[in-house]
Design a protein around this ligand. Structure first.
Ligand SMILES: [Zn+2]
Length: 379
């Protein structure tokens, strides 16, 4: 066996070796990475290797299977590896900091990778970069009633638990004052049509208000997102003093469990089916629907209790009900009524069924219970 083959075999064994963490991308957790940074000593996936290529002073990448590896490089990978390097470069990641997964958008992964290796923000002896506290930023915000993005000033008052935004640069009166308590933020790059597109939601008059924003700089928008998360964690600690931090972290911000188009009929199930955009918020247990994907408010919602409370979802449509163009259907049964939907494909139908079943079978979260009691108190 030549050097080339021998070294490739050693690397492939290294990927499988237990206790190394090498079986998952060091940056996004994707399974079976087959690229590596031979300057940093980590195994990474193809997508993350693309980010590493952007800062060659810090990282240099090779394909495990396709490129040539000499003995010293293989030696270096053996000595380092994903778990060892994680201990070094992720020694002090703040609890509120969003650590992206394979399914997350590129800007989140890119900024995480840059923060870790290029800016080295999380080393043990590094003074932590502060994203906590008050912060001000100018963001491009989509107009409520037209598709134009306009520059708006956003001010986060972390200690007061408020987010304000202003339409005039020097304006004194905010256009909106948003309570951190009901705030969520989620990157929605496809829907917004911008690689840094962020959706911010909050509760207003019993409905969910959506703001769609972006910043031209990937670093600025991700820092802003993590600053919102820091303020949210601070709020959650006050609201739930008895819960450990590990139980609060999943409540900081949330992505939709599933989004997509379905068609729905009305309560009599005889009304014509209409195409709507649906978004499933698992934590708040709401299936929201919109006329258009970027509407400021939902047109309606289905509140999702639990199986114990008599909520169910079943495959197919009730007898005698026929969809419009789409045949694959599902029915959400609540104590009050049946909601009938059709999906554009059987794959979509399966995914909706799975996601809705997930929500209905999961216990009511402490945040849901707190918000639900606050809202019923207002009525
Ligand atoms: Zn990756």
């Amino acid at each position: 066996m030549g050097d080339r083959e021998r070294n490739k075999k050693r690397l492939l064994e290294l990927l499988q070796a237990t206790g190394t963490g090498n079986g998952y991308c060091a940056d996004c957790g994707a399974a079976d990475p087959d690229w590596a940074s031979y300057k940093l000593g980590v195994f990474i996936c193809l997508h993350c290797s693309g980010v590493h290529r952007n800062f060659p002073d810090v990282s240099k990448v090779k394909s495990v299977r396709l490129d040539f590896w000499d003995d010293s490089m293989v030696e270096f990978m053996t000595h380092n590896g994903n778990l060892n390097m994680k201990a070094k470069f992720e020694a002090r990641v703040p609890p509120f900091y969003y650590v992206p997964q394979a399914s997350d958008c590129l800007v989140l992964k890119e900024q995480w990778i840059r923060a870790k290796y290029e800016r080295q923000e999380f080393l043990a002896d590094e003074k932590a970069v502060s994203l906590q506290g008050d912060r001000e930023v100018f963001l491009w915000k989509r107009g409520r009633d037209n598709a134009q993005f306009l520059r708006r000033r956003f001010v986060l008052l972390a200690r007061e638990g408020l987010l304000k935004y202003y339409t005039k640069e020097e304006g004194k009166t905010p256009k909106a004052v948003i309570n951190i308590k009901d705030l969520n933020a989620t990157f929605q790059t496809e829907k917004i049509g911008h690689p840094h597109g962020l959706q911010i939601t909050y509760r207003k008059d019993g409905r969910t208000r959506n703001l769609f924003v972006y910043h031209d700089s990937g670093k600025e928008i991700v820092d802003w997102f993590n600053a919102l998360r820091a303020a949210r964690l601070q709020y959650l600690k006050l609201a739930f003093p008895d819960l450990p931090e590990s139980e609060l972290v999943p409540l900081i911000t949330r992505n939709y469990l599933k989004q997509g188009f379905m068609e729905k009929t009305g309560p009599k199930q005889k009304e014509p089916f209409k195409k709507r955009w649906f978004a499933l918020d698992a934590l708040e247990r709401r299936l929201l629907y919109y006329k258009n994907t970027l509407d400021a408010f939902e047109q309606g919602q289905v509140l999702l209790g639990s199986n114990e409370q008599g909520y169910e979802v079943c495959e197919d449509l009730p007898k005698g009900v026929r969809g419009n163009r789409w045949k694959a259907g599902l029915t959400v049964i609540t104590p009050e009524r049946k909601f009938v939907f059709t999906c554009p494909s059987e794959k979509e139908q399966r995914e909706w069924l799975e996601s809705l079943r997930d929500v209905l079978s999961s216990p009511l979260s402490p945040l849901y219970l707190l918000n639900a009691s606050a809202e019923s108190g207002l009525r």
